[in-house]
Write a protein that binds this ligand. Sequence first.
Ligand code: F6R
Length: 364
Amino acid sequence: EKGGFEHFMLKEIYEQPKAVADTIHPRIKDGKIVIEELGLSDEDIRKISRIQMVACGSAYHVCAAAKYVLEKLSGIPVDIDLASEFRYRNPILSEHTLVVIVSQSGETADSLAALRESKKRGFPVLGIVNVVGSSIAREADSVFYTWAGPEISVATTKAYSTQLAAIYLIGILFGEVRECISREEADHYIQELLKLPEKIQRILDEKERIQWLANKFSHTKDVFFIGRGLDYAISMEGSLKLKEISYIHSEAYAAGELKHGTISLVENGVLVVGVATQQELFEKEISNLVEVKSRGASVLGLTSYGSYSMEDTADFTIYVPRTESCFATSLAVIPLQLLAYYISVARGLDVDKPRNLAKSVTVE
Ligand code: F6R
């Protein structure tokens, strides 16, 4: 059942190249992105004035990344909300807002309630869902299925990766229709998208180094994941993954925000994971890593091949292949999933079924 893997989580981590390819390929026809299931004409896409994204947990972290990606590719302003907040805050939605609910299970109570609230107010709802025929899939006006296949491990991995892929496809499609990006640019993005599965595989092939780092840091008590821009979005996911299955206290911070309070927690023995895949923010991120290092933290840098100056500051560095900066989240998440996984294994914990958690949260 686990296909020779020790845990479902590791099996699902390894299924990511295929899951991402399966999500992308059916939506590319003759070199163009075609997503008929959205049920949106070019005219409809041009009319969208705002995108409101709503989700919980890791799916919300996809929304956090999507804000950067969709705004950059499509030029449409994107608001994001936790479903448990959105449903009770009387959100002000302007005309021509597209509501997007992201959910692996399609059964999360708060996400479903947010969907119903949006529909009641007359806004079209797009569901990005993995489980076919689930409640959110049935009730949304249109559904983009992520073809990740069944996900058993409580901690999501492949569903998260396919949700990101869905965002890229929608971003490129909307961007081209709205002329925010040219045909040539769209083509370039599509080519880069198609290379992601193979790049994810390359990271998986280097898992021994992550395993080694996981063993080294398995007794750490406090971990901070810091990044800027998309690297902040990925930090949130890396932090949740770690705390969820290793029970180590961890937090994600926008790197520039640390000095507004949280840096007082940084001392000897604290691990700071510095994510720096975004070229234009690299030097800023490094200066934050210098600050935490001078206060005694161990620094684990996560960046792209070529950015070797990370080693001047970080105690250890993990490299991922280069890609378009707005797709970097898909690569940076892989070592963070592996890190959480191997730390949980090193601590002898129940990786697939962490305490107090259920795979699908159908209560409020
Ligand atoms: C974390 C995790 C959860 C889910 C969240 C939403 O690894 O899996 O945070 O992402 O409970 O679940 P779905 O996507 O089913 O709505």
